[in-house]
Design a protein around this ligand. Structure first.
Ligand code: BES
Ligand code: MN
Ligand code: ZN
Length: 502
């Protein structure tokens, strides 16, 4: 999807030829003299529309308005969250009548974060899953013009948001694909496809190489599956080689049956989403490819299935991890931490500035935080604060959880250095304590996205979180974030903004 940015007021918006004009009405909307403004003011007075996000009024062929359809939509305080809510509520409208060209006009102030949310919201609402449909419905929205009071000031924000939106969409797409269409081999192919972009390289290891590395915790999870595992290594080099990279590690369980500790049948299909951490790493690299920020990033994805089989690992089996620590696998359904621990050990070879792992790790995290905040665990206060701030700025929230040593008590066992599960209490924390043993001495953070990576029920589907959070974090770290002066990559959006001056 193509985004353009134009300076416009409602009088100008009324002259825009398009299939759909969305007018975002903030609290305290002050109409001008123009026809569209007074129409909105009248509708507000009559309470046919309200400024709360989610409320809207739909009109057709309005006299004096060039757009075929007009939607007046409330955006409350016009912050990122309100814009996201307003556009999410319009998702069905963005498909009706197959609009190809839409204009989204802020009828009031347009702060950078709200404009970014509009770009992400429009991409999100118009995404259609087609990979396994025999009669796929096509995405029709091809061009979106964002109308704001001051376009040139927002060019960088739009460029960034469009790149994040592409990354989010890639993460959603791979998250949504069923396990037989998103095997470890296919994930590795998707990663390799990213290496066609400037600055990105990729390699994928198979079982023999992983064995040679001594990743017996990872191998133990994969051994019950007929699908061969892959260990995927992506690199993005945007800074001098000497600069220590940030390493992202994404859990890539392409299907989690639980193994011998098998899960109940109800909703087990949702365990196709157990590779959403991996998908978020792919999504981040997609955004890096667009933005080319001056930073080095490594992406590691241990990818395999967790299946019950005659060859499966059994409860009580002890394996030796790449770190040398032995692990008693008391529950084969706690497999995420087993594939991640070896990836964390591997990460040490890059002498990283920081390691962040992203994983649909525990049902306990869903109970603790639901679908609003991802769980954030961090060994380092500065890293935790940066990730939390990035979550706020990108409307992709996370909430810090504790890592007190007392939580590690339950991982003690008589038969190995550590067990892979503790009791039921604080399950998200004990999982993080397990990972921490393998995370090294540099700053490390763990994002448990079990509650945020996908939605169940009628709206079942991957969300693409936390691509927004991670890209914001990396850009801020590289100095190319919203706070820093616009770097070279803002070229295209600047050009768009310049061309669009009224
Ligand atoms: N992939 C699951 C976590 C999960 C479960 C995410 C439900 C979202 C919804 C993970 O591999 C798992 O099975 N974790 C177990 C750990 C337990 C055995 C200690 C869990 O959460 O039940
Ligand atoms: Mn599991
Ligand atoms: Zn799992």
């Amino acid at each position: 999807m193509n985004f353009d940015l134009k300076s416009m007021d409602l009088a100008r918006a009324a002259r825009e030829k398009c299939d759909l004009l969305v007018v975002l009405l903030p609290e305290g909307f002050a109409p001008g003299e123009d026809a569209l403004g007074s129409l909105a003011a009248q509708a507000l007075r009559a309470k046919d529309v309200q400024t709360q996000p989610g409320k809207s009024l739909h009109l057709y062929q309005v006299p004096g308005v060039a757009a075929r359809r007009v939607v007046l939509a409330g955006v409350g305080k016009a912050d990122a969250r309100a814009v996201r809510q307003a556009l999410a509520a319009l998702a069905p409208v963005l498909r009706q009548g197959a609009p190809r060209h839409a204009v989204v006009c802020f009828a009031g102030p347009a702060p950078g974060e709200a404009v970014e949310a509009a770009v992400r919201g429009m991409t999100h609402a118009s995404y259609v899953y087609t990979a396994t449909k025999s009669k796929p419905e096509a995405r029709t929205l091809a061009r979106v013009v964002l109308g704001v009071p001051d376009a040139p000031a927002l060019a960088g924000a739009v460029e960034r948001a469009a790149a994040v939106a592409q990354g989010v969409e890639l993460a959603r797409e791979w998250g949504n694909r069923p396990a037989n269409h998103a095997t470890p081999t296919l994930l590795a192919q998707a990663a390799k496809a990213l290496a066609k972009h400037k600055g990105i390289t990729c390699k994928a290891l198979g079982p023999a190489e992983v064995e040679r590395l001594g990743m017996h915790a990872f191998l133990a999870v994969a051994q019950g599956s007929a699908e061969p595992l892959r260990f995927i290594e992506l690199r993005y080099n945007g800074a001098p080689r000497a600069q220590a990279p940030v390493v992202l590690v994404g859990k890539g369980i392409t299907f989690d049956t639980g193994g011998i500790s098998i899960k109940p049948a109800a909703e087990m299909d949702e365990m196709k989403f157990d590779m959403c951490g991996a998908a978020s790493v792919l999504g981040v690299f997609r955004a890096l490819a667009e933005l080319q920020p001056p930073i080095n990033v490594v992406g590691l994805i241990p990818a395999c299935e967790n299946m019950p089989d005659g060859r499966s690992v059994k409860p009580g089996d002890v394996v030796r991890s790449m770190s040398g620590q032995t692990i008693e696998i008391l529950n084969t359904d706690a497999e995420g931490r087993l594939v991640l621990c070896d990836a964390l050990s591997y990460a040490q070879r890059f002498k990283p500035a920081a390691i962040i792992d992203i994983a649909t790790l525990t049902g306990a995290c869903v109970i603790a935080l639901g679908g609003v905040h991802s769980g954030l665990f961090a060994s380092d206060d500065a890293l935790a604060a940066d990730l939390q701030a990035a979550g706020q700025a990108s409307d992709d929230l996370c909430w810090r959880m504790p890592l007190d040593e007392d939580y590690a008590e339950g991982l003690k066992t008589n038969f190995a250095d550590v067990a892979n599960v503790a009791g039921r209490p604080a399950g998200a924390v004990t999982a993080a304590k397990f990972l921490q043993r393998f995370a090294g001495t540099q700053p490390w953070a763990h994002l448990d996205i079990a509650g945020t990576a996908w939605k169940g029920g009628a709206a079942k589907g991957a969300t693409g979180r936390p691509v927004g959070l991670l890209v914001h974090y990396l850009l801020a770290r590289s100095g190319a974030g919203a706070e820093a002066p616009a770097p070279a990559p803002a070229r295209r959006a600047r050009k768009a903004a310049a061309a669009a001056k009224p």
